[in-house]
Structures are given as C-alpha cells and as structure tokens.
Design a protein around this ligand. Structure first.
Ligand code: PLP
Length: 362
C-alpha cells in the first residue's frame, strides 16, 4: 500500500522538521563508530539545552516516552516508597500504574480533567513522600501545570516530571524549577519521529536511586557506560545497540531548534496555538481545557452537540489529508485534540486546520 503524506495535526506524532527527516536518509553509522559517539555527545549537549539543565545524566533512552516514564519510576521507587501523583488526565493515571508496579504506595491526587494541577493539594497529600510526580503538559486534556511551584514546595521529595508534550514547545527549565527526574518523547514539539525518550536525572536523584532496579534495560547505573558517563567518550561500553539513525535524526531536529533559538521556538508555538484557538472560538466552538492553562501546542475542542466526532475526523483525513485526534478516555467522542507541534507550529498550519475543520463541519 502506498504511503500517503499526511498533515499530522493530532496529539503526536507531528510532522518532523525536514532536517530530522533528511538525517534518517544518511548512511547508517555503527553504534561504536567514533563519529557516532561524538554525534551522541553533541545530542546529549543539545538535550541539556532544551531541558534547561546541566545534568550530566541527560540521554536519549532507546524507546518511546512511556519507557522514559518506566525508567523514571523503576530507578527511583521500590517497595513501600510513597509516591504522590498529580492526576489530571490519562498520563497521570498511567504514572500511578507504573509506580504501583514498582511497589510504591501510590497517593493519587485526582483532579477534574481539563484543570491544571492544584499545587497545594498535591504538596499536602502526604507528609513525607519519596517522589512527587506530575505531567507538565497533559496531552489528554491540553492542559499546562505549574511545575516551578511544585519544585519550590517539594521539600525532601524528588520531583519527577513528564515533559513529553512540553519539551521544545513551551517554557521548560528543569534546573531552575527543581525537576530531579524528567522524561520526554521525540515525536511532539521536538519535531522528530517517535522512538526515543530524552531523559534527565540530577545528582540528588541519582544518589537516591534504587540500587538494582527490576529492569535491566532501563537501569541507569548500567546506562552510564552507554553514554560514556564514567570517563568521557573513551569509556563507552556496550549496553545495547544504539538506534543510530534515530539519534542522528534527533541530533538534526535539535540542531534546527537551537539554530532558530529555543525561546523563538516557544514563541512560534505560542503564536500558532493562539491563532488556532482564537479561530476556533470565532467559529463558535468551545475549548475544553481551562482558560489560563491551555497549551498552545495541543488544543482540545468540544465536539458540538449533534456532530459525529469520528465522521468529522474521517472527512479531515480523507478529503484534506489531515489527522487530528479523538479525545482521550471518557472524552473519546466529545473532544477533539489538535496538535501544532514542532514543524507544524506555524500560522499556515493553524489556518489550514481551521479551514479544513470549517469545511468538515459545513
Ligand atoms: N506522556 C505524555 C504526556 C504523552 O503525551 C505521551 C504520549 O502521547 C506519553 C507520556 C507516552 O509516550 P509514548 O507514546 O511515546 O510512549
């Protein structure tokens, strides 16, 4: 079957930056080739910039964002540890499941979907948690939460943050905000295909990590050698075969972002989201996420009464080549999710999405 060229305006993946796509077509490098090792070093440096961190242990894990979530919990949580999880959507729920599988005593702090995390409630949920976990940008609802405030009040706890949909899309400052452990994905605002999980952990969290986590693949103690942590590039040891083409693609995508300037990239996402959201409101549609906490890169729209959500998405796909997402969980049929992330965070993409949606609704 012929592949088609879609406009990926859903919750991810988005269309990659052209530079990231071109890199996939370059001759493949071996995973211990010196050229690849310096490419990996530079990729980790570039990741530090988009994370807003100086953490030495900042690496692209060889798996998708969910593996980043698994790595975060499996390395910090063992039997009986108390983990407070802010749950304001699907990915907060998933965190609870993952933490529980690590043996945690999970304290979920439930929120209405569409609302941001209530920092006071989360911070007062337990007197001495080992970990406080939250999702910065809830892709299921289109909501941004205040991670800096969680970091300011976390006390002795480790702050574990999901930045899958926020990294390189909205302001993210891991060190300034007190993020101890963070994971992301490549397929959203980083503008690269799915397949890697940019991950960062600071010394404080690393010192308190689980000695021998139940996962071999995601054991950060073993992964140190993979990125040459012990003695620079020369100390690289085989842990697993690095997905070299994907790392080269991430390197190129990050290069594109840093060339434009990270703050300019945030501003471009903000402007595309503003155009889309104001256009939707002008069309008489209602937004789902609470005003004041709406993500620019992922907009949630209420499906108007009497409109068949799936039928509209089918028209968008078949007539316009545009993919948007259904709602998540209980909102599958009543909410649409429109993402303008990475390469798609542009005014022309926002206007195209609006025009196509108007046509599908006509
Ligand atoms: N966390 C958030 C906020 C996400 O949006 C996603 C994916 O959409 C994930 C975690 C899981 O990432 P992946 O699907 O790449 O495994």
């Amino acid at each position: 079957m012929a592949l088609v060229d879609r406009k990926l305006f859903g919750p991810g993946p988005g269309n990659p930056y052209p530079e990231a796509t071109s890199a996939l077509g370059q001759p493949l490098l071996g995973h211990l080739d010196p050229v690849f090792l310096s490419l990996m070093d530079e990729t980790c440096d570039r990741l530090r910039t988009v994370w807003g961190t100086t953490n030495a242990r900042t690496i692209p894990l060889s798996a998708t964002g969910s593996a980043g979530m698994e790595a975060s919990f499996v390395n910090t949580v063992s039997d009986g540890d108390v983990v407070v999880v802010a749950v304001n959507g699907l990915f907060g729920q998933r965190m609870c499941d993952v933490a529980a599988r690590c043996g945690a005593e999970v304290v979920p702090v439930e929120h209405e979907w569409g609302a941001p995390v209530d920092v006071d409630r989360v911070l007062s949920a337990h007197p001495s948690p080992k970990v406080v976990a939250a999702v910065h940008a809830e892709t299921s609802t289109g909501v941004r939460s205040d991670i800096a405030a969680l970091g300011a009040g976390k006390g002795d706890a480790l702050l574990l943050v999901d930045a899958v949909t926020s990294i390189a899309g909205i302001e993210l400052r891991a060190d300034d905000w007190g993020i101890d452990v963070g994971y992301a994905g490549t397929q959203k605002c980083l503008g690269v295909a799915p397949g890697l999980a940019p991950f960062t952990i600071n010394d404080r969290a690393f010192a308190r990590r689980v000695e021998k986590p139940q996962s071999w693949y995601l054991d950060l103690g073993l992964l140190g050698g993979y990125v040459g942590e012990a003695s620079g590039s020369g100390g690289r040891t085989y842990h697993h075969t690095a997905p070299t083409a994907m790392v080269a693609s991430l390197h190129a995508g990050l290069g594109r972002i840093l060339e434009e300037g990270l703050e300019n990239v945030w501003a471009r996402h903000a402007e595309a989201g503003r155009l889309l959201q104001s256009g939707l409101l002008e069309m008489g549609l209602e937004l789902f996420a609470q005003e004041g906490s709406r993500l620019p890169e992922l907009t949630t729209v209420k499906v108007p009464d009497g409109v068949d959500s799936a039928a509209v998405r089918k028209i968008l796909l078949e007539r316009h080549g545009i993919e948007i997402g259904a709602g998540a969980g209980a909102y599958a049929a009543t909410v649409w999710r429109i993402g303008l992330m990475g390469h798609n965070a542009r005014p022309d993409a926002a206007l195209l999405a609006l025009a196509a949606l108007a046509d599908a609704l006509a």
